[in-house]
Design a protein around this ligand. Structure first.
Ligand SMILES: C=CC1=C(C)c2cc3[nH]c(cc4nc(cc5[nH]c(cc1n2)c(C)c5CCC(=O)O)C(CCC(=O)O)=C4C)c(C)c3C=C
Ligand SMILES: [Fe+2]
Ligand SMILES: [Fe+2]
Length: 345
């Protein structure tokens, strides 16, 4: 027999005539504080998710608790400190996701029965707190929006898992929709192209080529059927067509390798080294898989990989900002959300 967690008694939060639609933007998550304890809590939750590390067996428990959580929080906290939003005392991923949510709410303000909020899969604000808040405001229908253009089980699916877990405890469940991946949507490709062109026009140099760097994942996950790599390839192909560039002018690479297994290749850091050694002097890097700038773009790309490129002879390196809450970026989110809200608003 299948059992689920005890279902709580639930009072109607608002009068039943108010039937609102909730939109919940969800991104990956980030530590609450840029210090070792904050990073440890975050990494423990993240790396204990079987969608992220599929083999959660005894060996992994030993590696996670005995090695990773003893050393990585200290070094990663230093990286977070380099990019931290000190004004708000939070990570840029939170600042940007909140702003995306505020701007989407303003864009949908014509419909007074739509409520927009945001959440993080790991850390805070949690998906549970987001769903609770939407229900408390009278939402009986919720659209969850995983902010990942390319689907992967380690990102998009785990958002759904958590949403389902929260709903599983409710007696009076809202109706649920989830936005699909949008890796080759016209609005997304157009927004990327505009953001690249706008950024290149501000540079004092002309890059010889552009590297499109996506977050990596273990190759074995793709071998077992995760479509993530094919989505990254489709995005890059569409962008090449839109920009009139071939694979020598717009390269596809994968960053953020973690652990010793083989990850998707070519690796971004090795590509930086190779390009510089082959005599390329000026490059720009775009990170289309990240809907908001975060540790992986602001530190790993704009600092670490810039350093690798220059150390090996490269001269000019520019990191193109993510779509974030820019006008083209908000066009993408609004288009996606309005399409999936059809019939509800
Ligand atoms: C097996 C481990 C990991 C997989 C698979 C993975 C996939 C994946 N991740 C993102 C987006 C982000 N990841 C971020 C940080 C991050 N990712 C991993 C590991 C895996 N990611 C770790 C351990 C970390 C934490 C930092 C570190 O310790 O190295 C972030 C940044 C969060 C922030 O706070 O700014 C994002 C965003 C995608 C899209 C993805 C898909 C394959
Ligand atoms: Fe990651
Ligand atoms: Fe990284």
């Amino acid at each position: 027999m299948t059992t689920i967690a005890p279902i709580a008694a639930q009072k109607p939060a608002v009068r039943s005539s108010l039937r609102r639609v909730g939109v919940l933007l969800v991104n990956l998550g980030t530590p609450d504080t840029a210090d070792a304890p904050g990073v440890r809590v975050y990494l423990k939750e993240f790396l204990s998710d079987a969608r992220v590390i599929e083999d959660q067996g005894l060996v992994w428990q030993f590696v996670l608790n005995g090695i990773i959580l003893r050393s990585r929080p200290r070094t990663k906290a230093l990286d977070y400190q380099k990019i931290w939003n000190n004004e708000r005392n939070e990570s840029p991923l939170k600042t940007i996701t909140r702003s995306q949510s505020d701007k989407l709410a303003a864009a949908l303000s014509d419909s007074d029965h739509v409520v927009v909020d945001w959440a993080m899969r790991y850390g805070n604000p949690s998906i549970k707190s987001g769903i609770d808040a939407l229900i408390a405001k009278g939402c009986d229908r919720i659209l969850a929006v995983p902010l990942y253009p390319q689907y992967s089980a380690s990102t998009s699916a785990t958002v759904c898992d958590e949403v389902f877990r929260v709903l599983a405890r409710l007696r009076n469940q809202p109706t649920l929709r989830v936005t699909p991946p949008y890796y080759e949507d016209e609005a997304y490709i157009e927004a990327l192209a505009i953001s690249i062109e706008t950024h290149l026009a501000t540079l004092p140099f002309a890059p010889e080529l552009i590297v499109a760097s996506f977050h990596g994942m273990p190759k074995s996950y793709v071998d077992k059927g995760d479509p993530y790599q094919s989505h990254c390839v489709a995005t890059t192909d569409a962008l090449r067509r839109r920009l009139g560039m071939d694979e020598t002018k717009l390269l596809l690479t994968f960053q953020s390798r973690f652990g010793n297994d083989e990850w998707l290749q070519p690796y971004t850091d090795k590509t930086m080294e190779r390009l510089a050694k082959e005599g390329v002097r000026r490059i720009a890097v775009v990170t289309p898989g990240f809907s908001a700038d975060c540790l992986e773009t602001l530190e790993e790309i704009a600092q670490e990989n810039a350093e690798i490129f220059k150390h090996n002879g490269g001269e000019q390196f520019s990191a193109i900002p993510c779509l974030n809450d820019s006008d083209p970026g908000m066009d993408v989110i609004r288009t996606l959300v309005l399409r999936e809200l059809q019939g509800w608003i």
